[in-house]
Design a protein around this ligand. Sequence first.
Ligand SMILES: Nc1ncnc2c1ncn2[C@@H]1O[C@H](COP(=O)(O)OP(=O)(O)OP(=O)(O)O)[C@@H](O)[C@H]1O
Ligand SMILES: [Mg+2]
Length: 509
Amino acid sequence: MNNYDSNQIVVDMKGITQKFGTLVANDNVDLTVHRGEVHALLGENGAGKTTLVNSLYGLYHPTSGEIFINGEKVIMDDPNVAIQHGIGMVHQHFMLVKPFTVVENIILGLETHKHGVLDMKKAKDQVIALSERYGLTIDPDACIQDITVGMQQRVEILKALYRGADILILDEPTAVLTPQEILDLIQIIDNLTKQGKTIIIITHKLKEITDVADFCTIIRRGKKIDTVRVADVSEADLASKMVGREVSFKVEKSKAAPSDIVLEIKDLHVKDNRDIPALRGLKLTVRKGEILGIAGVDGNGQNELEEVLIGVRKAESGSMTVNGTDLLGKSPREILDHKVSTIPQDRQKRGLVMDYSVAENIILENYKKEPFSKKGWLNFEAIRNYARKLVTEFDIRPNDEDYRAGSLSGGNQQKVIIAREISNNPDLLIAVQPTRGLDVGAIEYVHKALIAQRDKGKAVLLISFELDEVINVSDRIGVIYEGQIVGELKAEGADENEIGLMMAGGGKK
Ligand SMILES: Nc1ncnc2c1ncn2[C@@H]1O[C@H](COP(=O)(O)OP(=O)(O)OP(=O)(O)O)[C@@H](O)[C@H]1O
Ligand SMILES: [Mg+2]
């Protein structure tokens, strides 16, 4: 991006160490950031990235180390201190008030008053001026619950800017965005840095780092490994610095041997929350021993398809059979009992019980079954052994099945769900955006695990907004557009442009 001033250090974190009990989440980490720079933090799931920025924002109090902002030593004991020093943070899970409007959310807590009356008009004008200045297009009067995730993120950024932020921390901002929204965000970041704002961004996508960042600090298992000038390194260099080994980006797999039909969906009609048709006669089949990938732009019915499949949304008409049994309209529990496992898209809402341990979360769906319980008594040893095995296999960090799920890093929470669902031994595995928020090493592992399921004769339905992932992992691809499968093709040798065209409605029958 190259808008930075190498003479002006705005953030200087020195020797930051953060311990949680015996776990050392940050081990003597240094981070130096200049004015106008985009500085990326890269590291595996659980490496300590969020912990480091939480210390900068005053959410965590480092065990030792010092923080200097614009040359002044600051004790960041709470986010208000950070805000006073011009630091703003956009968390991965937004903190907006859903029924309030965009402007109300932005000014919340900082209302301007005129003779004791809230001067809404002035506040709104200020918000509009800010949004125009940085190209952060928003509708000031829209309610948060009615706008897209990408828009909500803009509101979060505006909220920080409204509070005077000069240094913006973005923790995995792109994990929740569609490819188009990512391009918009990159443009916004460029506008911000051109006007002297400084950005600290966490992302697992190496391409985003090479597209947007000036410098990248790599953290591995709590320790700073290096800070590099992004122009001087390749994506492969970044990946190997981060993992400590070479990472293969290519998914190796043998030819599929599909047999009997497991999932068959015919003429499915489903409405969305606003009562507008979302699936309009959708039809698909998945056989034993194959991975069907659904490619498509977000918002073309993927969410509704997932919700019908797991039994939390009602269909208008159509049929959905698993191994010949019609499961349309059945409860989530009944669907689960028909050997259907799901890695859901919304893993905050449908994934984990945060206050339970990793082991308890792993047996959440099966605790009543043998060997985990017998005659109503839980068999703690069987539970522990099983959980321990999965924690090791899926490289969940820390390697401790008693750890509280809510204290795991974002990516490791994902891994717990993936481990649980895959190891459920389903006939049909539905994986929705399964690698969102995972580091490159973990992505490699999850892709292999999906293919291993296929090779065991399972049917796998992969729904992903990442075309690369769909093409690399699937055997067959179905392109979804406006609630229908508008094209089907073999994944091997599939042409990305051709699929892209169909995703945009160009292949509509
Ligand atoms: N409040 C907490 N209590 C206990 N342990 C914690 C807490 N916060 C973080 N940890 C631990 O500190 C380590 C670093 O976590 P952190 O969230 O910083 O990782 P991360 O690099 O952001 O990973 P990810 O890419 O998965 O988001 C992890 O092992 C995590 O379990
Ligand atoms: Mg994190």
